[in-house]
Design a protein around this ligand. Structure first.
Ligand code: PMP
Length: 449
């Protein structure tokens, strides 16, 4: 039975779009495939919003959750604890960049960002510096859609309607824009002179800024923009010098997406606070965590009367089922040498997309980092002018992909490939072939617009 149209209100969707293009009802999943109720198979090219790592209905993770469900499904995490939450905290701190020794759980990416922002301000407030309440963020950065997180998003699409109710006072800074670099530089080997804007903001407002928040190396929802590690190294140094905390949002980039377990490893830096979510449970259950340094933890550790405790909670904080899924996910990373085994597959994905899409007159750039490859469509390759947004070209291409059995989702006029890591080389071949056919259907070559 299906619900009356509109009873289920879908996220990030103009519901009217579905008058002429019904939503696809998924009945089951297996490996990289999802099957609709008519039995049609879709290859999950976007890992179901970037969460799935080892396939749908992965037997190891499914069994771990089932085992845990028969032992302990949920318990309040204030005043009580449980083995999966503690073991996971130990595992995460062991795997994380140096210096991150404490784990605070929440249950989705946006909530983790809220936690990190509150911790950053609380760190200073607890030391008598309540004037450090502003956050600095980058153009095209994305950190979630709850109000606090939205107030550090540099992508107006998500925030423009909510200006009136958003926290004010944060500082937005022009960030790296390597595809349309205003300095005319190339991404590879770049020393990131564009850091200057951030450097100046930090110097000018050091007394008011609690933290800078960025997505390391890859801004996902803001357009799959890849920037060089040098930017992060400069940021780490400049935040230290300014006495400002650095929050890395590894929610999308973490757990192998960019080719290393965490993207910041590629820059050789450690943040003060790190947010993780999405892939942490292999894409099975909602869970997020904020990892913090000793110094930050210590700033909240005091006699109750000092009112320094970090007062933040969610009902499902550290849910045992989600923690069990995460422990099994991390066990798969260890047992199957995932990071090393992903390398040739990620390289093949990048190569085939480049080969098949690169020559199309409307493809401005094909860019890759680890297991993510994105194609930016333009009206004109020479000027890099975007396609008219009203045409919704990307949407039509992803719909053409649905017909060919791809579960695909454009980001404006950016097409991207972010499949589960268990995809095979043959499946990468098929994915890129079908995707290219979908592009050709909507933008036939020789008819560049
Ligand atoms: N930060 C980043 C970098 C993200 O990509 C996302 C989700 N796309 C979030 C935060 C928010 O996570 P959630 O959707 O789980 O709230």
């Amino acid at each position: 039975m299906s619900a009356k149209p509109g009873t289920l209100w879908h996220p990030c969707t103009q519901m009217k779009d579905h008058e002429d293009f019904p939503v696809i009802r998924v009945a089951r999943g297996q490996g990289i495939y999802l099957f609709d109720e008519g039995g049609k198979r879709y290859l999950d090219a976007v890992s179901s919003w970037w969460v799935n790592l080892f396939g749908h209905a992965n037997p190891r993770i499914a069994s771990a959750i089932a085992r845990q469900a028969q032992i302990l499904e949920q318990v309040i995490l204030a005043g009580f604890s449980h083995a999966p939450a503690e073991e996971l905290a130990e595992r995460l701190t062991a795997l994380a960049p140096a210096g991150l020794e404490h784990v605070f759980y929440a249950d989705n990416g946006s909530s983790a960002v809220e936690v990190a922002l509150k911790m950053a301000h609380g760190f200073f407030r607890n030391q008598g510096r309540a004037g450090k309440f502003r956050f600095t963020y980058l153009d095209n950065g994305y950190h979630g859609e709850t109000l606090g997180a939205l107030a550090v998003c540099g992508e107006d699409l998500y925030s423009e309607q909510f200006g009136a109710i958003m926290p004010q006072g944060n500082l937005r800074v022009a960030g790296p824009d390597c595809f349309r670099c205003p300095l005319g530089l190339a991404r590879e080997g770049c020393d990131a002179p564009c850091f200057q804007a951030m450097g100046e903001t930090l110097e000018r407002h050091a007394n008011e800024i609690a933290a800078v928040i960025v997505e390391p190396l890859l801004q996902c929802a803001g357009g799959f923009r890849i920037y060089p590690p040098a930017y992060l190294r400069r940021l780490r140094q400049a935040t230290r010098e300014a006495g400002v905390l650095l929050i890395l949002d590894e929610i999308a980039t973490g757990f192998g997406r960019t080719g290393t377990l965490f993207a910041c490893e590629q820059a050789g830096i450690s943040p003060d606070l790190m947010c993780v979510s999405k892939g942490v449970t292999g894409g099975f259950l909602p869970l997020s965590a904020v990892l913090a340094t000793d110094e930050i933890y210590a700033a909240f550790y005091a006699d109750w009367a000092e009112r320094k405790a970090f007062l933040h909670s969610h009902s499902y904080t550290g849910n045992p089922l989600a923690c069990a899924a995460a422990l099994e996910t991390l066990a798969i990373f260890r047992d199957e040498d995932v990071i090393a085994r992903n390398r040739p597959k990620a390289a093949l994905l990048a190569e085939l997309v480049r080969e098949r899409f690169g020559g199309h007159p409307n493809v401005g750039e094909v860019r890759s980092l680890g297991f993510v490859t994105a194609v930016e469509l333009v009206a004109d390759r020479a000027t890099k002018a975007p396609l008219p947004a009203a045409n919704r070209t990307g949407l039509h291409i992803s719909r053409a992909g649905f017909k060919r059995g791809l579960l695909w989702r454009n980001l404006g006029d950016i097409l991207y490939f972010m499949p589960p890591y268990v995809i095979t080389e043959e499946e990468i071949d098929r994915l890129t072939r079908d995707a290219r056919a979908a592009l050709g259907e909507v933008l036939p070559e020789g008819e560049a617009r």
